[in-house]
Design a protein around this ligand. Structure first.
Ligand SMILES: Cc1cc2nc3c(=O)[nH]c(=O)nc-3n(C[C@H](O)[C@H](O)[C@H](O)COP(=O)(O)O)c2cc1C
Length: 210
């Protein structure tokens, strides 16, 4: 083995100091918000993908989301308890939704209804998901799904603009055949791509200019 000279080692150290390095990649906490859209069943695949990507996933559902997919399904796939109401938070003295808000590295809402987008734009907080969105300082990624006319309505357009101006990121919706029978923009973006975008936002937190 050839011993490395002190000069070449110093040069190598200096060069690598300017590189973008990834420190301690690994487990992050993703709060996955699920709302009352026909696309809610796709959140099960999303939860699985995020778990496979090595993250802790905590699902928070609106009351209407539970009409579309069972909390039990999402609890099993996420391997964590699912929050559906402020009043099932009895684990500790600290409100569970605040603990999740503090712990989150990413708040991903998929699918996001017109209703949750309006609630977030107006800072409402009458259920755990909306309260977490107010309390967290983690990045927020929304994947909307709705009827195309709802998506294009000036009220929704305004709400989306407000949230973007505050730093929230949107992925989709895409154009296609919608469950409501119309064709247009409103379909949930491909689940694989949502998971990929989530991964990018999480990995960005590991990248430092050294
Ligand atoms: C079958 C069915 C499908 C629906 N799909 C959507 C949808 O894709 N997007 C949406 O914004 N609203 C949809 N809605 C309406 C929402 O469920 C409704 O606005 C609800 O209040 C949303 O509440 P949440 O955002 O608190 O979950 C649907 C309603 C029904 C009955």
């Amino acid at each position: 083995m050839i011993a490395e000279g002190r000069d070449s080692k110093r040069k190598r150290d200096k060069a690598s100091a300017r590189k973008v390095v990834r420190i301690r990649p690994g487990t992050k906490t993703v709060v996955l918000g699920v709302t009352g859209s026909i696309a809610a069943y796709k959140s099960s695949e999303l939860a699985s993908l995020l778990v496979k990507q090595g993250h802790e996933v905590f699902v928070v559902m609106t009351r209407d989301a539970t009409e579309f997919i069972s909390p039990l399904t999402l609890q099993t796939l996420s391997k964590n308890p699912v929050t559906t109401s402020f009043f099932d938070e009895k684990e500790s003295w600290r409100p569970g939704h605040i603990e999740l808000a503090d712990r989150a590295n990413l708040l991903l809402i998929a699918p996001a209804t017109a209703h949750i987008i309006a609630e977030l734009a107006h800072g409402l907080a009458d259920h755990p998901l909306a309260a977490i969105a107010l309390a967290t300082r983690a990045p927020i990624l929304l994947a909307p799904a709705m009827n195309g006319k709802m998506w294009e309505h000036p009220a929704t357009v305004d709400n989306v603009e407000k949230l973007k101006a505050r730093g929230a990121e949107f992925i989709g919706p895409e154009e296609g055949m919608l469950a409501c029978g119309y064709e247009g923009v409103g379909r949930l973006w491909k689940v694989n791509d949502i998971a990929f975008r989530a991964e990018f936002l999480l990995a960005r937190q590991d990248n430092l200019i050294a």
